[in-house]
Design a protein around this ligand. Sequence first.
Ligand code: SIN
Length: 464
Amino acid sequence: MKETIKVKNPATGEMVEEIAVTPEADVEKILSQGNEAFKTWAGVNAHERAALLKEWAEKVKNETENLAEIMTLESGKPLKESLGEVAYAVSYIEWYAEEAKRVYGRIVPSHTETKRLVVTKEPIGLVAAITPWNFPAAMMTRKAGPALAAGCTFVVKPSEETPLTTMRLVELAHEAGIPKEAVQYVNGYGEDIGPVFTRSGLVRKITFTGSTPVGKSLMKDSADTMKHISMELGGHAPLIVAEDADIEFAVEQTLASKFRNAGQTCICANRVIVHEAVVDKFSEQLVSRVKQLKVGNGLDKTVDIGPVINVDGYTKIQNQIEDALKKGARLLSGHQYDKNDEKGYYFVQPTVLDNVEEKMNIMQEETFGPIIPITTFRENKEAVEMANNTPFGLAAYFFTNDYRTGIYFQEHLKFGILGWNDGAPSAAHVPFGGMKESGMGREGGLEGIEPYVETKYMSIGGIQ
Ligand code: SIN
């Protein structure tokens, strides 16, 4: 087992910081402290918990610049996006600070005069979270916010690629007055820490954002202790451009969806499916806009697209492009890169391919990179079939100004998140999550606090 994590800047390969891995015995101790702390934190009244969360949100807001810089250094994300992510992270804390006060039970009308039927909600207990490198701040607060608001205690293992943002967020929570044992972090590698979380009987819930294979294995390993599970897993989002769509607008929204964080988001458009009557117009406008995007070190404020996170991500992207070209796709722009294995940085120019077919890997797998594959359709039914032809069901987008076409897509696309004329549907106050192998449970919105509470029903009898 490695004893340290070398956090590297993906734009330069230089080390940002070397941090200690939390030894297994310490992870167990932290879980045990979290479990003890639950006994008091769950009893803190909801208004007080809300006030502490609001104070945390303020502290994070006041440190926006510093957190954004840490995030860009460890993840490569352009600074303007990191600044946006800090605001996004704060919005989850603020939303759940308010929701803390709205965890309602209910009185059920009784079937007999001699009974009263009462339903209450209770926090689940200690929550263990495993968060990803692509949104090191927002994915942490999207889990910690509702957990703490509901009265759960929380231990997070951030990605080994990007632990520094999370560590600072936890320190800020403590500075805000949230008890130290109620929110803690542990550092380490997924394969070491994951099993400690899953086998612990103290952990009552696992919440994970990451790949579908890891999610499946965490679920299997959690079965013995019957933990509650929330899984935000992979995506393979289709983006459909209908014949009547406003093409200029669809192009701008495609860029917003696809190139956020260099295409390394679970909800970004992964397959662009355009009506054959408008594909030439769409592709031409898209390519001309893509050529204006600047790739480089995210600390440079003029950069639009940073590096991809590591060599594995880079290799997958290149393989998908090569596979598509070999099978007949046409390169419209991009497919250049600046790769340096020795130094450890990997930049991929935004790439547009057309003549893409379903047999190509890029149409079957999530890409996690700045590549747009374009394919065409004739009938809306065909577009839906193509879009749904995936085990994933996280997000889908469609562009049309015809309400009948819009409603048809809304009713037939099997995805948890839809963007109708909208390439950026996420927000703290709406549910985020997928169908099929994209996971289970929802984060954000009213739905996002439910997974942290249990329902308790009591029947009061003997009433005269
Ligand atoms: C993700 O894709 O992993 C999260 C993106 C979002 O919250 O918008």
